[in-house]
Ligand binder design. Sequence first.
Ligand code: SAM
Length: 245
Amino acid sequence: MAVQDFEVKTIFFYYLFPVIALLLLLRVLKYLKPRLLACGCNAIGKRIHAKCATEKEQLFRHLDRDLPHHKLQILEIGAGSGLNFKFYPEGSEITSLDPNQHHKKYIETNRDKLNPKVHLKQFVCGFAEDMSCFDNESFDVVVETFVLCSVRNTEKVLQEVKRVLKPGGKFFFMDHVAAEHSSSLRWFQNRLNPLWKAAADDCHINREIASTINKIGFSSVEVNQFNLNTFIVLIKPSIYGTSVK
Ligand SMILES: C[S@@+](CC[C@H](N)C(=O)[O-])C[C@H]1O[C@@H](n2cnc3c(N)ncnc32)[C@H](O)[C@@H]1O
């Protein structure tokens, strides 16, 4: 009997308990991950936005030029915590799309703080690769900042952006990108990309985003290069610009 007890205890402590503990840990991590990412995106996003404040001002300064001035329909993909709200013209109607639903509360808070004169029309939980929830030609403006580095399929996202834009509509973008081909920084970006991706929620540091935007068939594309003001050299090379459908 005592030997059987000993065997049951051994099986429990050495085999069952570690498996149960591991399964519980995985469940806790699955629960915490999107919440922590949303919280981190809000905190880190504020610092990143401060580091490219000048370029953001440049990018959005003529947001409503050549576009209707009344209730501009804006779609922001990968909206994160909604830090771009402050650049949207009064009266605009914003649709925020992000696969992480926990961003919604930060978006609402930041809208109230940064620009209460714009209207958050809807928050859609989804991926920009498939925006079938939106009709063709339904937005005057589409915006993305620091999202194309993380999406699964950049080309598909950009095709969807073009589809949902009205004719003459504008796409505003800002991203960190791959360094020049032959540079030593590019060599490091290529080598460290797998590690970076694993640590930074699938963010790629070596994407050639400008050339992909150029391939999509917008009627015009304007790209400006700049260095992000950060000590993290790997994400310094950056671009911002606009494309017109
Ligand atoms: C680095 S954050 C940038 C957030 C915000 N745009 C900003 O500039 O502060 C990247 C955002 O893209 C979102 N994202 C990741 N993959 C996406 C996808 N396939 N479609 C749309 N958004 C995505 C993430 O959930 C996250 O909110």
